[in-house]
Design a protein around this ligand. Sequence first.
Ligand SMILES: Nc1nc2c(ncn2[C@@H]2O[C@H](COP(=O)(O)OP(=O)(O)O)[C@@H](OP(=O)(O)OP(=O)(O)O)[C@H]2O)c(=O)[nH]1
Ligand SMILES: [Mn+2]
Length: 180
Amino acid sequence: MAQEDVLINLIECVDFAAIKHRNQRRKDSDSTPYINHPIGVARILTHEAGIQDIVILQAALLHDTVEDTDTTFDELEKKFGKAVTNVVREVTDDKSLPSEERKRLQIVHAPTSSPEAKAVKLADKLYNLRDLCKGTPRGWSSKRCEEYFKWSKKVVDGLRGTCPIIESELDKIFTARGLI
Ligand SMILES: Nc1nc2c(ncn2[C@@H]2O[C@H](COP(=O)(O)OP(=O)(O)O)[C@@H](OP(=O)(O)OP(=O)(O)O)[C@H]2O)c(=O)[nH]1
Ligand SMILES: [Mn+2]
């Protein structure tokens, strides 16, 4: 893909995700706009892990659009193509399943995910765990936070061997929490 097309595609993804997430907020005390999360996940991949793969970066920007908004995979495929859509599909939980089952499936599916999906998932977990280190999300008990750290470690263990820089950042967090 020409450099110019890469830039245009990325801006299109940021714009699309910003519109889709426009009414959503994070569960932190500032109620940060939700779009900060997918942008931050993409930034971890570029600025911390040095990833420049356009499919991975587009999927990172779009990764919560189907799970958390009215976006469909069909819509993503028409606009951004199969490769990006398939990575988003791999990192999207089936919201029709009970929460416990969704959490179990993330652990089961992690080891057989594509390298692209593993990279997005690792950055997603790093972003969310850093948020969790800063403060308790609205409506969460300390027990729920503790469970999220423990569960994340199990998912991350299935994603290892993909992005050493992100994995070592995650390990710093797990070590600080006494999970390693
Ligand atoms: N730590 C944190 N998380 C927040 C905050 N606001 C929104 N979230 C979102 O909450 C999700 C984690 O909460 P859960 O209770 O486990 O997920 P659920 O809402 O889908 O059941 C993450 O979804 P996700 O990105 O799809 O990731 P995943 O946890 O499903 O892998 C995360 O992005 C916040 O302020 N702090
Ligand atoms: Mn996410």
